[in-house]
Design a protein around this ligand. Sequence first.
Ligand code: ZN
Length: 201
Amino acid sequence: MHDLTEGVERFRHDVFPAKAALFAELAATHRPKTLFIGCSDARVVPELITQSEPGELFVIRTAGNLVPAHTPGADGVAASVEYAVAVLGVGDIVVCGHSACGAMTALAEGHDLSAAPAVAEWLRHADASVARSAPAGDAPYAVDALIRENVRAQLANLATHPSVARALAGREVTLHGWVYDIPSGAVERLDGAGRPVTLAA
Ligand code: ZN
């Protein structure tokens, strides 16, 4: 906790003054253009990867960057998606997976999650991802393939939310699938056919 307190001090003294005008504007304005849905993984920092300023990204981070498909009855993810799309009017939604994802690795390698029952239950939202990337025969699951397939599956889940479906029908929002590679910093996007394409070299 000491590190966090020092960080706040550095923010107040070194960072905040240089952006004081921005923060003054943001005090009364919240108009992010993008909803960024990433993994809770500490190594995947949306604002750092995209070099975004405060106020630019509306962020949802969940274990495995999972977005449960719409069901009656609200939850935190659904409420955040709806707020970003229907109230804030974001024009783009990025679902970003990443290399070495613990959630995807656990699924691909069949880890025993009996000591983490909430995690095991949550990861059921990746059932379609696992099913679609099933290897032939007895071959092991390829984690990288599952990570990409999971981004595609979560984009499909996202489209089941009424606010997103409405915005897609009205061509008011565009969905993007990304995968971030931790050791190289590279980001690939999945094209319309779901193939990986380098976003920025
Ligand atoms: Zn992850």
